[in-house]
Design a protein around this ligand. Structure first.
Ligand SMILES: CC(C)(COP(=O)(O)OP(=O)(O)OC[C@H]1O[C@@H](n2cnc3c(N)ncnc32)[C@H](O)[C@@H]1OP(=O)(O)O)[C@@H](O)C(=O)NCCC(=O)NCCS
Length: 165
């Protein structure tokens, strides 16, 4: 990421100017993400070009949160997981600014998210990284990065911790 910096969301970046083509993800960044970060609900990180003046344009962002879920059919995990809910990290949001799409920014963001999630789970437990793609097309997109469908009843996808990095 030599020409870019990954930063925690703050007032130093222009979250109001972010446009990715999906209104719910623009609104989340503009109105919700910073409050969730300050309350410890989730952590949003943004990618900016190195050396730009504030407010810095946001090229893309992702949000991670810790969660628990019942262990049913998590692909690639150890056999014999307890039937009680187990910890994992959820990649709750991922979006790239329209003017930067199709230039590999999502793969940079996904690599960073995987690394951060793995470090966090290696320190405090967790079976892997989950994502809830917004539609079927995105299932194919995340499958390219190794995510596998958890079951047939939702779009949820998963990468076990040993495959994260
Ligand atoms: C989906 C998204 C994150 C991809 O970001 P990006 O930086 O353009 O992705 P990359 O440049 O790393 O990869 C581009 C590849 O993703 C594919 N892709 C982009 N958007 C896609 C979509 N909505 N569905 C399926 N594939 C998609 C492109 O066709 C391209 O495929 P190729 O490598 O085979 O040519 C971005 O288009 C975006 O933010 N979209 C709006 C918000 C959104 O839908 N977020 C996901 C919510 S789960």
């Amino acid at each position: 990421m030599s020409e870019f910096d990954l930063e925690l969301l703050s007032d130093r970046q222009d979250r109001k100017g972010f446009r990715c083509g999906r209104e719910s993800l623009e609104r989340y960044l503009r109105e919700v993400a910073k409050g969730h970060l300050s309350k410890g609900v989730s952590i949003t990180r943004v990618l900016v070009e190195r050396g730009t003046q504030k407010p810095k344009a946001i090229l893309g962002y992702f949000t991670l949160t810790s969660t628990v879920a019942s262990a049913v059919n998590w692909p690639g995990t150890a056999k014999g997981l307890p039937s009680m809910p187990v910890p994992l990290v959820l990649l709750g949001k991922l979006a790239v600014a329209e003017s930067w799409q199709n230039r590999g920014i999502a793969s940079l963001l996904l690599a960073a998210a995987r690394q951060i999630a793995a470090a966090s789970m290696r320190g405090s437990g967790g079976i892997g990284l989950a994502i809830d793609p917004a539609d079927e097309d995105l299932v194919a997109f995340y499958a390219k990065y190794g995510f596998q469908k958890v079951d047939d009843h939702s779009l949820r996808m998963f990468l076990p911790i040993d495959s994260l990095c």
